[in-house]
Unconditional design. Structure first.
Length: 392
C-alpha cells in the first residue's frame, strides 16, 4: 500500500506531514479530518489538475478494498466533506469569475451571476472600441436581415406543409436522412442568410457573414475587421436582456444549460484556456446577458476523417490520441465530427473550435451541491456515463 504512485507535489506533501510509522490510510483520515491540514492538502491537489487521475488511483490503492475507500472518501470526515468546505471557501474568497473558471467549468449560471453581479469573462479586443461599442455591434448584427430571415425560416422549418409551400423542393427530401436533410436546410439558410454585410462601430467597419448551421442552437458569425483581424461570434438567437418575470429567467437559464449552448461552451473553453490547454480555442470574451461569446479565428487546416480508420471516429480512440491534455483536465469531447477540430498553423496542435457536447469528469474535483451542475450531451450516447468505469 505504501508504494502508491502519487504525483510529485502530493507525494511531497505526504512526506512532509506523515508521522513516523503512520500507515497511509491513517494519514489520509487524519489529514482530511483536520480543519487546518485539509485545506492545505486540497490546495496542493487542486493546483495540479492534470495529476488528478493518477492521484485518485493512488489514493484508492491505499485502502484495502472499494468499500473501505468509499466509506472514508464519502464519509463525514472524508475527502468530499473537506473538499466541499474548501470549494465554498474559494467561492467566497474569489474576486473575479476567472478564478473559479480556472478551478472547474461546471458552475451554474444563476450562482455565478448572484456571486459576481455580472456574468462575463475575458475582454473585448481593442478593435471594437469599448465593451459597450462591441455590444452595440452585437445588437446591430442581431437586428440584421440575416437574423430576421433565420427566424422566419425557423418558424416554418418544423411545419411540413408551410415548409413545402415556401420551398417546393422539400417534397422530394427525405427528412429522416440526416445527410439529405442537412444539405437541403443548409442550402436554404445559405440562400436566405448567407450573404455578407457590413456594419460600422467604434470607428471601424466590419464585414460580417452568417455561418449557416441548421442543427445548432447558436448563431455563428464570421467578423472581419478593417485591419484584417478576423473573429468568430457565437450567440443565442434570442434576446434575454430584459427579464420581466421568473418564467423568462428560467427560459434563459434552460437555454444556458443546454448542451452546445454559448454558455456551456464558454465555461469549458475558459477552463481549458485558463489552464493553458493546447487544445483550447481562442475564446476572448463571454457575456451572459447577451449570451454571446467572441473568439479569435483559428488559422490552420480542418481535421479530416475520410482518410482515417473507423475507430478513429469513436470516443475512446479520438480522445485518447488527439485530446490528451484536455482529458487530463477532465474534459472529454463527444461531438467528434468534421468542422469541430482544426490543426493550428501557429503551433501544430489540434484545436477544438466547436467544443459542442463535451463533458467534464474529475473524481477529485467533481463540484459541489448548490453552485455546480452536470453538463448535458445531446449526441445520443455519453461514453463516460456508460463505459467510464471500465476505461477511465
Amino acid at each position: 500500500m505504501d508504494t502508491a504512485a502519487f504525483s510529485r507535489p502530493l507525494q511531497s506533501f505526504i512526506s512532509g506531514h506523515r508521522r513516523n510509522g503512520e500507515s497511509l490510510p491513517h494519514f489520509f483520515k487524519r489529514i482530511f479530518a483536520d480543519p487546518k491540514l485539509a485545506p492545505a492538502i486540497l490546495k496542493v491537489i487542486l493546483k495540479n489538475p492534470r495529476s488528478h487521475r493518477r492521484d485518485y488511483e493512488a489514493l484508492r490503492a491505499v485502502f484495502s478494498d472499494t468499500r473501505s475507500f468509499c466509506r472514508w472518501f464519502f464519509g463525514k470526515k472524508g475527502y468530499i466533506k473537506a473538499y466541499t468546505l474548501y470549494i465554498n471557501f474559494c467561492w467566497n474568497k474569489a474576486e473575479h469569475i476567472e478564478e473559479m473558471l480556472k478551478l472547474m467549468p461546471v458552475f451554474n449560471p444563476w450562482s455565478l451571476k448572484q456571486r459576481f453581479g455580472r456574468l462575463r469573462g475575458g475582454e473585448t479586443p481593442a478593435i471594437f472600441g469599448s465593451e459597450n461599442d462591441f455590444l452595440k455591434l452585437v445588437d446591430m448584427i442581431m437586428a440584421s436581415p440575416a437574423v430576421k430571415n433565420y427566424h422566419a425560416f425557423k418558424k416554418i422549418e418544423s411545419r411540413p406543409k408551410e415548409l413545402e409551400a415556401a420551398y417546393p423542393a422539400a417534397k422530394k427530401v427525405n427528412m429522416y436522412d440526416f445527410g439529405e436533410k442537412r444539405k437541403f436546410l443548409c442550402g436554404i439558410l445559405e440562400k436566405e442568410c448567407g450573404r455578407s454585410f457590413k456594419l460600422k462601430s467604434g470607428g471601424h467597419e466590419f464585414k460580417i457573414r452568417f455561418l449557416c448551421n441548421p442543427f445548432s442552437c447558436k448563431l455563428v458569425f464570421r467578423i472581419e475587421a478593417d485591419n484584417g483581424e478576423v473573429y468568430i461570434l457565437k450567440a443565442l438567437p434570442y434576446d434575454f436582456r430584459k427579464i420581466p418575470d421568473d418564467r423568462k429567467r428560467k427560459e434563459h437559464e434552460n437555454h444556458a444549460l443546454r448542451a452546445d449552448s454559448p454558455y456551456t461552451n464558454a465555461m469549458l473553453e475558459f477552463y481549458l484556456k485558463l489552464n493553458r490547454c493546447p487544445h483550447a480555442p481562442q475564446i476572448l470574451y463571454y457575456n451572459y446577458d447577451y449570451d454571446t461569446a467572441l473568439y479569435a479565428e483559428e488559422k490552420g487546416e480542418m481535421l479530416t476523417f475520410d482518410d482515417k480508420p473507423f475507430y478513429f471516429h469513436e470516443f475512446f480512440e479520438f480522445n485518447g490520441k488527439m485530446l490528451k491534455d484536455a482529458n487530463k483536465l477532465g474534459v472529454y469531447a463527444n461531438d467528434i465530427n468534421y468542422g469541430n477540430f482544426l490543426l493550428s498553423a501557429a503551433d501544430g496542435q489540434l484545436k477544438i473550435i466547436d467544443i459542442g457536447h463535451a463533458v467534464y469528469a474529475d473524481p477529485l474535483n467533481p463540484g459541489i451541491a448548490g453552485i455546480c451542475m452536470s453538463l448535458n450531451n445531446l449526441c445520443g450516447r455519453d461514453f463516460l456515463l456508460h463505459y467510464g468505469n471500465l476505461f477511465y
